[in-house]
Design a protein around this ligand. Structure first.
Ligand code: EPU
Length: 417
């Protein structure tokens, strides 16, 4: 990970971003793929982003007895000595994705003990759909001393998710790929990150089929083989950089991305009046004012992603009329709006809907409460009058490999404090 990073930065205002920048590997694709490593004898993963959350996942694999190394975006790992030791709460509580080891350890060893997970505080983030799925498909689930204990003779049958949870879909897939049973999952999440994990497992010899758009059939196999796999580009990072370009009245081209993974969010930017041009693996987005306000509700894929909501909220302050933003996926993901109000934004709340008025932002001290909120505060600082100090950047480093370096390369003036 980058050295000399501090927990807060000074951000200079009115710095239009211009130029070309590449996209990192996807955090939310890499995390579930890494969580599935116990199912394989050996892996080589490429395009893995160098993030604190990724390092914690690798540390957990090492605690389980896996051997390998992660450097320069490449993770090489083998499981010759992997053991089914409980994943302690002190590890699990560091991130939400640790819960995904429940599925892979259950799949590999038919039994797993995993401490309760942590993660960014953006809502209640329950695991009830995961547990219900494990139980319905033939697993005993119990809670013991702050850990979840799972035991099965093999998963089989049908399970319909009450909501297409990304993590529950990934956990149930991992739990089902090995063995003699056949599992059908209905109402699964269709996010590109879920599909990347399915590609990875199928390349290793799993038999996971889409039999209808949101229905998966998983036919158990005896074992998986070693695989080399390149993690897909990070659509959330790409969109964050594009929004930063538009909000600062500049023009940014993001390369090495997959525009089809965020077709609807790009359409939203275009409908707001921004210039948006896409090629097969790049997107250019720029300011051409005035920007129009818009009405957006976060939704599951292919709707507007919750992970792009806070960045969009900053752009909404730069529009010429009122925007309406509703957060429907997480129940506590508007904390950044209070910080935007400290920066002089006019925002009226009604439940989980924010009415965001055209605002002249003014630099001040602001805090971050989750990783997308941290990125948004930095974008807000680049649009504001004067200097903004953004704090609690430990959240930023969970999801963005070199956000500040990329912004400065594009013309920002951000300095570590
Ligand atoms: N939910 C339940 N019960 C469950 C599972 C989920 O009520 O058993 C609720 C959650 O509380 C939440 C909603 O369903 O309100 C969505 O949860 P989901 O399980 O779909 O999300 P996740 O797997 O916990 C992943 C990403 C998040 C991203 C969401 C939604 C990873 C590691 N995390 O979380 O990413 O916001 O899907 O797309 O893949 C981020 O990158 O900033 C981030 C938070």
């Amino acid at each position: 990970m980058k050295k000399n990073r501090t927990d807060s930065v000074w951000v200079a205002g009115h710095t239009p971003l211009t130029g070309y920048v590449s996209t990192q590997g996807s955090k939310n694709a890499a995390l579930p793929i890494i969580s599935a490593i116990p199912l394989l004898p050996e892996v080589e993963l490429y395009n893995v982003p160098d993030l604190s959350d990724i390092h914690v996942m690798v540390d957990i694999l090492k605690e389980l007895g896996g051997k390998g190394e992660f450097s320069n975006g490449v993770l090489k790992f083998h499981n010759k000595h992997l053991e089914n030791t409980p994943i302690k709460e002190e590890y699990a509580s560091k991130l939400r994705a640790s819960s995904l080891f429940m599925g892979s350890l259950l799949g590999r060893f038919k039994e797993a003990t995993v401490g309760l997970p942590g993660g960014c505080v953006i809502g209640s983030r329950q695991l009830d759909i995961h547990y219900k799925g494990f139980e319905t498909l033939g697993t005993e689930v119990s809670m013991e001393h702050g850990s979840v204990h799972l035991k099965t003779n093999g998963l089989e049958g049908h399970f319909a998710l009450s909501f297409p949870s990304v993590g529950a879909t990934q956990n149930l897939i991992s739990a089902s790929v090995l063995g003699e049973g056949e599992v059908t999952l209905h109402n699964v999440a269709m996010e590109p990150e879920v599909i990347d994990m399915i590609h990875f497992l199928n390349m290793a010899g799993a038999n996971i089929q889409y039999i209808q758009p949101a229905t998966l059939r998983i036919v158990g196999v005896d074992g998986l083989r070693p695989v080399r796999y390149k993690v897909q580009p990070d659509r959330i990072e790409a969109m964050t950089l594009l929004i930063a370009g538009i909000a600062t009245k500049g023009e940014v081209t993001v390369t090495h991305c997959q525009p089809s993974h965020f077709a609807y969010p790009l359409q939203v930017l275009s409908e707001m009046g921004a210039k948006v041009e896409t090629g097969s693996d790049y997107i250019t987005a720029g300011y051409q004012g005035p920007l129009k306000g818009t009405t957006i509700k976060t939704d599951v894929y292919p709707g507007f992603p919750t992970d792009m909501q806070s960045q969009l909220s900053v752009l909404m302050t730069q529009c010429s009329d009122v925007s309406v933003l509703t957060e429907d996926i997480f129940n506590n993901r508007f904390r950044h709006l209070e910080e935007l109000e400290r920066m002089n934004a006019t925002i009226k709340m009604e439940g989980n809907t924010a009415f965001i008025h055209p605002s002249t932002l003014s630099g001040c001290r602001v805090d971050s409460f989750d990783l997308r909120g941290a990125a948004s505060m930095i974008i807000a600082g680049m649009c504001a009058d004067g200097l903004t100090s953004v704090h609690s950047l430990k959240y930023l480093y969970r999801g963005y490999e070199d956000f500040i370096g990329k912004l400065n390369y594009l013309g920002a003036e951000i300095t570590y404090r």
